[in-house]
Design a protein around this ligand. Sequence first.
Ligand SMILES: Nc1ncnc2c1ncn2[C@@H]1O[C@H](COP(=O)(O)OP(=O)(O)O)[C@@H](O)[C@H]1O
Ligand SMILES: [Mg+2]
Length: 361
Amino acid sequence: MSARLDYEALLAGLPDAVVGVDEGLRIVLWNPAAEALLGRSARRVMGRMLKDVFPPDTSLVRHLTDTLATGESRSEAEATVEGGDGRPLHVSVMTAPLAARGGAVAAAVAVIRDITRLRQLEAEVRRGETLAAAGRMAVGLAHEIRNPLTAIRGAVQLMKRELGDDARFREYTDVLLNEVTRVNRIIEMLLDLGRPVTLRLAPLNLHQLLERVALLSQEMAAQQGVQVIRRYDPSLPPILADEDRMLQVFHNLVRNALEAMPAGGRLTLITRLSLNPLFSKVDLGQGPRSLAEVQFVDEGQGIPEATRAQLFTPFFTTKDRGLGLGLALCHRILEEHKGTIQVESQAGRGTTVSCFLPVAR
Ligand SMILES: Nc1ncnc2c1ncn2[C@@H]1O[C@H](COP(=O)(O)OP(=O)(O)O)[C@@H](O)[C@H]1O
Ligand SMILES: [Mg+2]
């Protein structure tokens, strides 16, 4: 073989973080991907003891110690390490021994792969599948309910006419009609969820849309003492979206935010070009285009960790008179726009819902 492999360059170009330690667990290798993932520069950690950089009980330290002691590889598909900001990162860890000339283990390396994004994408896919299945079931059910409901409404209207203006009965027939109308609305929402929608895509000014939604909710916001703050990026290009559908999405999200702040607070509407590495470009068939991001940041009660996974499930609600279809519908609509919706929340502090939508050019 003529060409010598440039190991330095190879390690530097690897997308996975590679960390190497000598037999005394002193850090001797820390590639650029490790700097990025673990949030610590090579300059700061090279030559330091691994246990001074990470808590001694972390998987990474444990596996490297084991590998040095036994000469065997270790791997863990789902581990956590501490990122630069102290937050836990979901990673996979694989370690391997490096033997010295005599055969004794002289060093060990760990390959650390970020699986946070992978998990996020997996969750996305699963969510989509659940929704599709639930949607199909809902449509079947809705059709079955609609016909008897129409018959009930017809019968009540007849009854109302027959009974004339006997006040005692009118009260009952009015209740019946109102409730039938309510069930009908629910059915319509369900059908919306399952129906393949044909989007009427057009370039839309995101800020005008948001302002229309803000206007619709102005009264409710004022009543609850919620202040609406705008942080719009004026240079944002128009988005490619269906106006009615987007109004529906934004209205749902603003409503949720207001409902989470019964005692007041701030609702901040933020727009910008997406900087999120997972959702920054999408291909609608004519090459990649950028995504615009709209954030709805509230200071409401937040969402407990335990319920976060269910937010998009149809009929999941924590409200007495909630339907639990708002977020499911938002998800559906954004997916059809080739966009995405993400929720981040801290219980007790507030919630941020982000929508990503393709720009028109
Ligand atoms: N901004 C928010 N703050 C706190 N909880 C929220 C927020 N948005 C949604 N949720 C939670 O998600 C659930 C589902 O929301 P949604 O699908 O809109 O249905 P609904 O509003 O009818 O309950 C809500 O019941 C609530 O528990
Ligand atoms: Mg809602």
